[in-house]
Design a binder for this molecule. Structure first.
Ligand code: NAP
Length: 309
């Protein structure tokens, strides 16, 4: 029987692990399919306090893991198949095996939102990608025109990163103003290799018949004009979808699928707490996720102390 199981190994999960480990609760962290979470797929993180020169996302997450492990956190590369939060102890099925725990911290983060085009799925990994730092340096993208879809900080970051490799980066956004923070937007708009394509949506990714990306079909939402842009890569950065499917019907979710706590980090199920991007539709920053992980850990610790009596 575990005292605390933490689902997820991003900033929220590892911070919760650090705090519960320092409280001698010997937490079990189940990493999920992407150990370290989405931050491991970003390049330099410039806005995590304490790193005036920025820090590589992968390195930041590795350090967080080491810090939690130093105090006794157990980190297991595993995914949770099912949860039964109906009784005490709480029951999980982890890669087919049963795990029982007195408390659970859900820090499952979020995954990439997809455009929803059939051609997007058919050409994934054949030029369609959701991660510039993972794939940007591939030979197929070097000195070629590339497309980034989206207008937020992620799209801005992807576009800037890809300027290292691409001949030109066309940033396709459905409005005529970026959602990205001012500093990122200014960098994007000042970059000689980035060409914004405003008020436009991608209606098709070409060319399924050639089994590789050769371009995108784009529609201007104001004029309805259709055009084709040549490219060898399409980097989609249109936001995220919370990883909360396992809890549908058991815990409260909002209309976008984010977990809604009942008070602080606590849910309506005693002993179950939430932290990070799976329950944050507003801020979604590395540092806020870490803060939420800390809060969930403190609440779990108090809950367990209450049980003990
Ligand atoms: P986001 O802020 O939600 O932006 C998503 C963008 O995609 C928006 O511009 C949105 O358009 C567009 N979009 C959404 N659905 C679309 C669709 N179906 N078709 C076309 N476009 C679509 O997501 P994000 O950029 O991933 O950022 C998420 C959070 O992480 C934010 O809080 C951000 O600040 C943070 N973040 C920070 C950094 C950094 O600080 N360096 C880096 C990455 C992420 P509209 O603008 O029209 O809604």
């Amino acid at each position: 029987m575990e005292h605390v199981v933490i689902m997820g190994s991003g900033c929220a999960g590892y911070t919760a692990a650090l705090y519960t480990a320092r409280a001698n609760l010997n937490p079990l962290v189940l990493t999920g399919i992407l150990p370290g979470g989405l931050l491991t797929t970003t390049s330099t993180v410039e806005n995590f306090p304490g790193f005036p020169d920025g820090i590589d996302g992968y390195e930041l997450m590795t350090r967080m893991q080491q810090q939690a492990e130093r105090f006794g956190a157990k980190v297991k590369f595993a995914t949770v198949d099912a949860v039964d939060l109906g009784g005490s102890p709480l029951r999980l099925t982890v890669d087919g095996d049963p795990v029982e725990t007195r408390s659970l911290i859900i820090a499952t983060g979020a995954g990439h939102r997809h455009l929803g085009l059939e051609s997007e799925g058919q050409l994934e990994k054949k030029g369609v990608t959701y991660c510039a730092t993972c794939d940007g340096a591939l030979p197929m993208f070097r000195n070629q025109p590339l497309v980034v879809v989206g207008g937020g900080d992620s799209a801005a970051e992807e576009a800037l990163y890809l300027t290292r490799f691409a001949s030109v980066v066309r940033l396709i956004h459905r409005r005529d103003e970026l959602r990205a923070s001012r500093i990122m937007a200014e960098r994007v708009l000042a970059h000689p290799k980035i060409e914004p394509v405003w008020d436009s949506v991608v209606t098709e990714i070409l060319d399924v018949s050639q089994d590789k990306v050769t371009g995108v079909q784009v529609r201007n939402v104001k004029t309805n004009e259709e055009s084709t842009l040549d490219c060898t890569g399409v980097f989609i950065a249109i936001g995220h979808v919370p990883n909360t499917q396992l809890f549908r019907g058991t815990l409260d979710l909002d209309e976008q699928g984010y977990l809604v706590p009942s008070r602080g980090a606590a849910t309506k199920v005693p002993g179950v707490f939430v932290a990070g991007d799976c329950s944050d539709r507003v801020y979604r920053q590395a540092v806020t996720a870490a803060g939420m992980g800390c809060a969930a850990a403190i609440e779990a610790e108090r809950y367990l102390a209450g049980l003990a009596g």
